[in-house]
Design a protein around this ligand. Structure first.
Ligand SMILES: CC(C)(COP(=O)(O)OP(=O)(O)OC[C@H]1O[C@@H](n2cnc3c(N)ncnc32)[C@H](O)[C@@H]1OP(=O)(O)O)[C@@H](O)C(=O)NCCC(=O)NCCS
Length: 183
């Protein structure tokens, strides 16, 4: 069983009962973050309730052997989560996601550390050669974060209209860094 994953500022850990209240808050108040995450997906009470219900079900099953998501904690405060999903349900196309809902915590390098830890964990535990990530060109923080970590853009042609503006859907990929050979 994997213990907490600790970086310098960030700890990635399993979901707890107390976290559910944070999710209820994040999905009902201060929804600014959802405008960056996937703004074309409308946030509704039903979506929020389903999301928290799924987390509750996850919690009742106990910690996962191989993690598909983890909570981000900084100085003992739960501030967001990292996740993973299969693009178009294809097992070889695992993408990572990250959300830090409260903007007080943005632009402090927390996302960079959390996503690096998460990718390291996935490469170690899932036997994949590549990991993917998806966002849109309007989410500059996410674009810069992905590039800074070492993702490369592999798809940028799909156009997305949002609020009367045209953006591009972006797909990124990062490869496993090979272990050093020989002595
Ligand atoms: C996207 C997100 C995870 C980034 O986390 P973070 O902790 O803010 O990221 P970091 O501080 O490590 O890096 C942010 C980068 O964006 C840059 N940045 C900060 N504010 C910016 C702005 N207003 N415009 C453009 N770039 C900005 C930072 O300089 C940094 O780039 P650099 O390392 O090249 O200097 C976080 O902002 C978030 O959760 N946003 C809401 C949800 C979301 O969009 N999730 C991603 C879904 S794909």
């Amino acid at each position: 069983m994997v213990k907490d994953i600790k970086g310098q500022k960030v700890t990635l850990r399993d979901l707890t009962d107390a976290d559910l209240n944070d999710y209820r808050k994040w999905f009902t108040k201060g929804l600014e973050w959802t405008k960056w995450d996937a703004p074309w997906e409308e946030m509704s009470d039903t979506f929020a309730q389903d999301f928290v219900q799924r987390l509750f079900t996850r919690l009742s099953k106990g910690p996962q052997e191989i993690k598909t998501r983890l909570e981000i904690e900084v100085d003992g405060t739960h501030i967001g989560w990292v996740s993973s999903y299969n693009i178009e349900r294809k097992p070889d196309f695992l993408a990572v996601g990250i959300s830090i809902p409260e903007d007080d915590f943005w632009a402090k390098g927390i996302g960079r550390e959390a996503l690096r830890l998460w990718i390291g964990y996935i490469f170690e535990n899932r036997g994949l050669e590549h990991i993917y990530c998806e966002t849109w060109s309007g989410n500059e923080r996410m674009v810069r974060l992905a590039l800074r970590i070492g993702f490369e853009i592999i798809e940028k042609d799909k156009v997305l209209e949002y609020n009367g503006m045209q953006y591009n859907k972006l797909k990124f990929r990062i490869g496993k860094i090979p272990a050093p050979q020989g002595n």
